[in-house]
Design a protein. Structure first.
Length: 245
């Protein structure tokens, strides 16, 4: 009993402080203090829990735990939504979830079904389709979709789409064309992936001095960058380090 009483006291203090700091009405403090067990329970479910559910970090953690316990849960939910209402939004959401589940052929079919009528040349959907095709190792189809995307939407800009195009070209062994795309990406792509992939292709084409210069540039940029940036780009910085030696 003393342990439970102490625990309740700690919860009371924590909730009372929370109520004051978050600007809750004073009556919550009285309820927490004078009706401890019931007051704390009511405060948690009506005041604390809704805030937690709105927190992006907590929500993300909760979603990750649910996915670990039941990986197909969200996929089933998206399928049910589409069965209830066959809408563009529901198709896209199911397609996105199929990509997450590595069901690329299903995702491709769904994205293609969305490219109809008013959305026939929608650049965002076309890019998603290209990404699914790339994941399914359909490099030629990826290349065709991205070229059509730019032809139909000349003002559309996407660093990820540009990188995807370069990677598809490289996978198709169109190395000179891929190298030119990577050269541009080395200067324009946010982060270090564009530069590192440029250096790796230079190495593949037996241009070691040029590749070494690219990797040294990556390492110099990392040295001068903030710790947060180095952490975010750690994979590519490490790759540059391995290939610069």
């Amino acid at each position: 009993m003393p342990v439970l009483a102490l625990l309740l006291l700690v919860i009371q203090i924590a909730f009372a402080v929370h109520a004051v700091k978050t600007g809750r009405d004073t009556f919550w403090v009285y309820i927490i203090i004078f009706v401890p067990a019931i007051g704390c329970a009511v405060y948690f479910f009506t005041q604390v829990l809704p805030d937690l559910q709105q927190s992006r970090t907590v929500r993300s953690t909760g979603n990750s735990l649910l996915k670990a316990i039941d990986p197909q849960r969200e996929l089933r939910r998206r399928k049910e939504n589409l069965e209830i209402a066959d809408t563009q939004v529901n198709r896209l959401q199911l397609a996105d979830e199929c990509v997450e589940a590595e069901l690329y052929d299903e995702a491709i079919a769904l994205y293609e079904s969305c490219l109809q009528g008013f959305h026939k040349t929608n650049p965002a959907i076309m890019l998603k389709l290209a990404q699914a095709c790339f994941q399914a190792h359909k490099n030629d189809r990826t290349k065709q979709i991205l070229e059509s995307l730019i032809q139909e939407n000349p003002d559309f800009k996407s660093a990820d789409g540009h990188l995807l195009y370069a990677r598809a070209l490289e996978n198709l062994h169109l190395l000179d064309a891929a190298l030119e795309e990577y050269r541009v990406l080395a200067e324009t792509y946010p982060g270090e992936e564009g530069r590192v992939r440029y250096g790796l292709l230079l190495m593949r084409m037996n241009r070691q001095p040029d590749a070494h210069a690219v990797f040294e540039n990556v390492l110099l940029r990392a040295k001068r960058s903030h710790k947060f940036y180095r952490k975010k780009e750690a994979k590519w910085i490490a790759m540059a380090q391995d290939n610069a030696n």
